[in-house]
Write a protein of this length. Structure first.
Length: 163
């Protein structure tokens, strides 16, 4: 202890506090990006499962009206939380439900049904990267994402009309 007695003390400049503050900001940004990606993945997976189930149920129907009712019933089973992830719904784009059985003609082609669903996801922190906003701009904030998924399955219950 005596050998440090005559030594002058270093001035305390607070560099450790500055490093801790900068590191904390960086960790918080990474944490918010991780939360955003997690919520986006949950919305994507919900939409994927719902679209697959809706297309499978539509493929087991014998008419377009029954297929539409089956799609709505299958989508009603899958629910989002309503705030961050909405419940899956039939897409608003044209040709969201295409039931093509070729009127029972086996020579016209393979009968298929195609369903497109969508889910809207709101992330808590807007994704901004070098002043580029990703997602739908709502009042200047890019925190709304819409995920769409389309599946096409063969129709299993087809009334064939043989010539």
């Amino acid at each position: 202890m005596t050998r440090f007695k005559g030594r002058k003390h270093r001035p305390i400049g607070g560099t450790a506090c500055v490093e801790l503050a900068c590191g904390s900001v960086f960790i918080m940004v990474l944490f918010m990006v991780a939360i955003d990606i997690t919520i986006m993945m949950l919305g994507y997976q919900l939409n994927d499962r719902a679209c697959r189930a809706a297309t499978r149920s539509a493929a087991q129907q014998s008419s377009a009206a029954k297929a539409f009712a089956a799609v709505n019933a299958a989508l009603a089973v899958h629910k989002g939380d309503g705030f961050l992830v909405t419940s899956p719904k039939l897409s608003t784009q044209p040709n969201a439900l295409v039931y093509n059985d070729f009127n029972g003609d086996p020579y016209a082609g393979n009968p298929t049904v195609s369903v497109c669903t969508e889910v809207t996801v709101k992330v808590p922190a807007p994704v901004v990267f070098f002043d580029q906003r990703f997602g739908k701009n709502t009042a200047g904030v890019a925190n709304v994402w819409t995920f769409r998924r389309r599946y096409t399955y063969p129709i299993l219950d087809v009334n064939l009309v043989l010539p």
